[in-house]
Design a protein around this ligand. Sequence first.
Ligand code: PMP
Length: 400
Amino acid sequence: MPAVFTPSENIALLQESATIAVSQRAKALKAQGRPIIDLSVGEPDFPTPEFIREAAAAAMAAGHTRYTAVDGVLPLREAIAMHANRAYRGLDPVLPTEVVVSGGSKQSIYNACTVLFGAGDEVLIPTPSWTSYYEIVQLARATPVAVYGDPSRSLKVTADELAAAATPRTRGVMLNSPCNPTGAVYSAEELRAIVALAESRDWWVLSDEIYQRIAYEAPAPSVLDVVDRRDRLVVINGVAKAYAMTGWRIGWTVAPRAVTQAMTAFQSQVTSNANTIAQYGTLAALTQEAEAEAAIATMVAQFRRRRDGALAILGASSDIRLVHPAGAFYLYLDVSAFAARAGDAEPGFAFAQHLLEHDNVAAVPGGAFHTPAWLRCSYAAPESDVLEAMRRIVKAIDGR
Ligand code: PMP
């Protein structure tokens, strides 16, 4: 008899990443010759800036091909601390010993949740939010608690809404501004109110700031901009999005020393250091600032053009409600008007399927972000594709 695989308790609740599943389906259809416009992936379509690629090549030529310290090479941790201290004005500047460099910010979040939370703990997750938070919290055996934002406030949550969802078991809150999937940006005041609540309740604040540099109307504040102490704060960031470095797999945490030590010990048993060559590429990204700023400005300007073009087309439909996209590179559309006419129970899923099958457009159903009436479209795709996809979406919504 063939052996039967029974998944262990560790992954009893695990679901595959829905965003990755949609983009795999889009790729499979493309391979069959279908002219799919793929707005499902959250990945800049630009090459990594040349000066970063050159720095990595130079590092490799110079023999930086071995293990590094588990938490990353010192110059990189110094550069990360320096960037953090531009925002943080408290009496305890961030030290390089409070930084752990990991294999992508996803690993950073996993490290943080693993060392901070455990069985019986609850973690508040402003919802909609990135699909992996719920899963990572569950892998830490804690319970993710979705707190739903109101459409009138760009689906952001308030401190009062978080307080109402809290129980004596609440241990933390997961912030993400600019937000994936909505593109909403929390103001300094909104962040301040949430941090004040967390402080008063002794909750951990995890702030995933991976999209911070991609904001269109005003700079998106970091939580480090609004706090004057950080003894219960873990800031997560990385180079994937703003520097077009998704494949390099470098992210990091800035956290109090004791938490940093625990995360380093954990990482030392799981993956050891992040890729050495990628660490040197990241060092160039964070220290060759004139080149980095020019590259980010160019990419953000292109995202903005696409966003503005998309908004102009979507604005023509009275049936589409969307979150004002102030940052990141996503449009979050309420597609319940489509489903109401069709009588579908899961509007985002039904509409995404319709779009893919009839209009050759791939986008992610809002169910992936725990809000099934919505649909996420990434505009990290060529401008002509983004605009054509928006025309097809308007036609699909208005025409049924
Ligand atoms: N956080 C958010 C909100 C994201 O959207 C993503 C990527 N989709 C990540 C973290 C993970 O990024 P990285 O490539 O650094 O692991």
